[in-house]
Design a protein around this ligand. Sequence first.
Ligand SMILES: Cc1cc2nc3c(=O)[nH]c(=O)nc-3n(C[C@H](O)[C@H](O)[C@H](O)COP(=O)(O)OP(=O)(O)OC[C@H]3O[C@@H](n4cnc5c(N)ncnc54)[C@H](O)[C@@H]3O)c2cc1C
Length: 385
Amino acid sequence: MKNHFDIIIVGSGILGAFHAYHAAKLGKKILLTEKDQYPAQATVRNFGQVVPSGMGNDWFNYGVRGTEIYNQIQSEFDISIRNNGSVYIASDADERQLIHELKSTMDSRGYQAQLLTTNQCLAKWPALKSDYCKEALFFPQEVSGEPEKLIHQLLKYLTYKFSNLTYAPFTTIIDCFVSGGRVKTINNRQEEFTAEKVIVCNGGEFKLLFADLFRDSGIITSKLQMLRTRPMPEVALEGNILTGLTIRRYESFQECASYSSLKTPEHLLELKKWGIHILFKKATDGSIIIGDSHEYADVAHTDDLGFSQSEYINQLMLNEAKRIVNFDVTLIASSWSGFYSQHNEKDIVEIDIEDKIHIRTAIGGKGMTTSAGYAERSIKSIFAM
Ligand SMILES: Cc1cc2nc3c(=O)[nH]c(=O)nc-3n(C[C@H](O)[C@H](O)[C@H](O)COP(=O)(O)OP(=O)(O)OC[C@H]3O[C@@H](n4cnc5c(N)ncnc54)[C@H](O)[C@@H]3O)c2cc1C
């Protein structure tokens, strides 16, 4: 039947796209839908950092597997993956202690990690300031993608590689329910498509489908502010650059022994209040993405987060960035807000309705790193393999 599929996937962000990839490899007939002209939410508004080293436990493994998958696809088709590694720059004694502890954990896992002295860092990244960079932990095998390119290329790859996959942009699923042992979906053109199973990867969109369920789900929306400098090809800052406040924030460090006794120095208190940690990512055009901050609201109050940017938060970020690097971070060419959904007690929200409709959302701030690996496990569990 023309309008019947093994699987319909709602949402073509990174999580939906990788569910489609793993299901397509199993030979399933797939309809991958996207409400917009192309995905325009968290999946294109991020840094594109693929950093398994920052993830806790299982999610570290999803990140490592995700990196393998990115590299495999990149070897067949250009999805913008580059291998320049990730580095965590420690700026004081507490952060140095944490990077040493994470190095031991990574050694025990057999995951390549190198401690770098200040001089080694300055030789590799001359844009760093010597008085900030006390020591660093480098993961040479980690990769990054170009957020504005990656998903578009991935969707092209999926349609070129798999004749069993149909991609349908401009297709908003406005209803989805189990009927007669199948799932029926209705789209914005009132067309009806059926499937054996539907996977909903709606990201931060909670009004179109299952609105009441999401309102009581405990899901939180996070708003992030991001800045991009004008192209600075002369600035040597390749790879995923993560700094002291990231060491104080990421889950892998929270699992380190000294994390529980970590104190926040006075000068970082205001930054922490706004969920700021400073990351840099040099894009292929030479511009440098700088971020980010975090403000939160539950699903019922997401609109209260607004769409505008707080100049105060941007200034806090830039002032901290000035402590870290020696180029002019105030030469900003653009700025934007990004939003992702997360759950404070769960690493991801998985809701299964009658073993037919499978909601997978709220992957949080780790989706570019872990979606490829997590979706592999998710598809296996949906098909009980
Ligand atoms: C500023 C920022 C920086 C980040 N940096 C990083 C990073 O460096 N590394 C990292 O690992 N992660 C990062 N993240 C997190 C990462 O971007 C997200 O975890 C990830 O993109 C979430 O993907 P998703 O597919 O779940 O959601 P989304 O990207 O929101 O995609 C969901 C898609 O579903 C579509 N959709 C929703 N409802 C419907 C419907 N009813 N019908 C049809 N289509 C629908 C939407 O239009 C959307 O395109 C960052 C996030 C932000 C915001």
